[in-house]
Design a protein around this ligand. Structure first.
Ligand SMILES: [Zn+2]
Length: 181
């Protein structure tokens, strides 16, 4: 990497300015991360329970570390879920030509998540809509599935489906059936 690829970015956290070096293409991700950190530190300061910049920083870091580990655990379960199921199918035979269908689920049109979930699933620290179908498609292809189709149905805005987001705790559950023929 040449020197020109490095950017020096000035970020403000808790009314203090810090100049941070980072690869040029990661500037906006760094600014997002700083804004997120600043918001979380202000939240802790405004709660009035923690006093002093260093204690606020440590409490914020502890909270973020806790969330990060929880999300990482969640992600590894998702990964082992997709990969494990593809492996199980292979063991049943038909290893050469496998195909998968991404069924109805929460679509990017309706489903927004926080930065910690985005970071874990997509690597991008942002908040907002997330495309779970695209993520599952990528993981299926990475697991060696030859063809992935998507029914492109969103359970939240398509009322043919149950949705916990739309209907709350009284929502029913979706089920799928597959068989060997
Ligand atoms: Zn939708």
């Amino acid at each position: 990497m040449t020197h020109q690829d490095q950017a020096r970015v000035s970020v403000r956290i808790m009314e203090k300015e810090y100049v941070v070096g980072c690869p040029y293409e990661e500037r906006s991700a760094l600014l997002d991360a700083a804004e997120f950190l600043n918001a979380r530190m202000r939240e802790i300061r405004d709660s009035g329970k923690v006093v002093g910049l260093d204690r606020i920083a440590v409490m914020t870091a502890l909270n973020l570390a806790h969330e990060f580990l929880r999300v990482k655990d969640h992600e590894s379960r998702i990964d082992s879920g997709v990969g494990g199921r593809v492996r199980a199918l292979r063991e049943l035979g038909g290893a050469d030509e496998s195909a998968a269908v991404v069924g109805p689920g929460a679509g990017p049109c309706c489903y927004s998540v926080g930065s910690e979930v985005h970071t874990a699933l997509t690597g991008a620290p942002r908040e907002g809509p997330i495309d779970l179908r695209a993520i599952v498609r990528g993981r299926l292809l990475a697991a060696g599935v030859g063809e992935v189709r998507d029914v492109e149905a969103c359970t939240i805005c398509d009322e043919r489906f149950f949705s916990h987001r739309r209907e709350g705790e009284h929502a029913g559950r979706q089920a799928g059936v597959a068989w060997l023929s």
